[in-house]
Design a binder for this molecule. Structure first.
Ligand code: SAH
Ligand code: SF4
Length: 331
């Protein structure tokens, strides 16, 4: 295909967000017919759509051509921020104990196309109501850095200014802390936001929640984070899911304060969203406040993240679990 034709197809796919080759009216009809015959446009089939009661969060479960289920969430905030939370894998191999996706195990990596297509889908939904997709967070199912190449390719496609044109600073990658991949990511020359799922300040506690900590302990992860900060000059977010009586103690908060002193970081705490495979409970508001207060005494900025769409099962991997249960395919 001539280069300009390829550019046209790209523009139809990612800027016009066409849903069929027929819609690509600047292409000759025989080329449209050939494309339709030899390729497939899109592989996401919607299996379920759930809207939160306030209508501001929508969650989609998609079935992939091989039957795998993944999920995507659209979050509308006040003002113009419209965020797509997208998946990078079907399932996840990291086995974090409190995570619905982790409890399912790993099925497969998503292709770059399957990752981007989720954002395209959300962008189309928004365009229908005259709105624009402004942010993307790679915080759905899966560990983005376990699927490094495809994730990076997807990020570059989403950034393309002849496509979705999402600003790099409006894209967030969340990782469980695969230290070598964080260091590699620091060298990509990008200004993407990085979020690290820390969740505990001692290796004993972190390994109990996140088995991957045995491979990449806290010191290694924070060293990689520091490399990212130095190379990109970007503030890094540390995610902390607060579990009552587990990682919400004053001891953990003080330890965290000491660990992070002097680092260009920000802590996001979010009370646990209970899942069927884990017995822990979300921390009470008073414990959440106390935790954040202790971090503040070390000069560490922390925000309490509002749990979005709890009534639509918007916790990591939970819609898929619900779909499977509805279909009687498993628990
Ligand atoms: N695999 C990546 C990104 C997907 S998970 C990662 O782990 O960072 C996105 C975030 O949701 C992570 O911070 C994860 O720890 C958190 N999370 C998973 N299950 C949760 C639950 N049940 N309640 C609250 N947060 C959860
Ligand atoms: Fe995987 Fe992230 Fe869930 Fe851990 S929290 S199991 S890394 S998706």
């Amino acid at each position: 295909m001539a280069r300009y034709r390829a550019d046209q197809v790209w523009n139809w796919l990612y800027a016009q967000k066409a849903t069929s080759f027929d819609a690509m009216t600047t292409l000759p009809t025989d080329l449209r017919a050939r494309l339709a015959e030899e390729t497939r446009l899109g592989g996401l089939e919607m299996a379920q759509e759930v809207h939160s009661s306030d209508g501001e969060t929508r969650k989609y479960a998609f079935r992939l051509p091989d039957g795998q289920l993944i999920e995507t969430v659209l979050m509308r905030y006040e003002g113009v921020r419209r965020t797509a939370c997208i998946s990078t894998q079907a399932g996840c191999a990291m086995g974090c104990v409190f995570c619905a996706t982790g409890q399912m195990g790993f099925a497969r990596h998503l292709t770059a196309g399957e990752i981007v297509e989720q954002a395209l889908f959300v962008a189309r939904v928004l365009e229908e109501r005259g709105e624009r997709l402004s942010n993307v967070v790679l915080m759905g199912m899966g560990e983005p850095f376990h699927n490094y190449e495809n994730t990076l390719e997807a990020i570059r496609r989403m950034m393309d200014d002849d496509g979705l044109n999402i600003g790099q600073r409006h894209i967030t990658v969340s990782t469980v802390g695969l230290a070598p991949a964080i260091r590699r990511f620091a060298d990509e020359g990008l200004q993407v936001r990085l979020a690290i799922s820390l969740h505990a300040a001692t290796d004993e506690e972190r390994s109990a929640l996140l088995p991957v900590n045995r491979r990449y302990p806290i010191e290694d992860v924070l060293d990689a984070v520091q490399t990212y900060i130095v190379k990109t000059n970007r503030r890094v977010t540390l995610e902390w899911t607060l579990i009552q009586g587990e990682n919400d103690t004053p001891e953990q908060a003080h330890k965290l304060g000491q660990l992070l002193a002097g680092m260009l970081v920000h802590v996001n705490v979010i009370p646990l969203n209970p899942t069927s495979g884990y017995g822990g409970a979300p921390s009470d508001p008073t414990r959440v406040e106390a935790f954040v207060g202790i971090l503040g005494s070390y000069g560490i900025p922390a925000t309490i993240r509002v749990r979005r769409g709890i009534d639509v099962n918007a916790g990591c991997g939970q819609l898929k679990a619900a779909v499977l249960n509805d279909e009687g395919a498993g628990k």
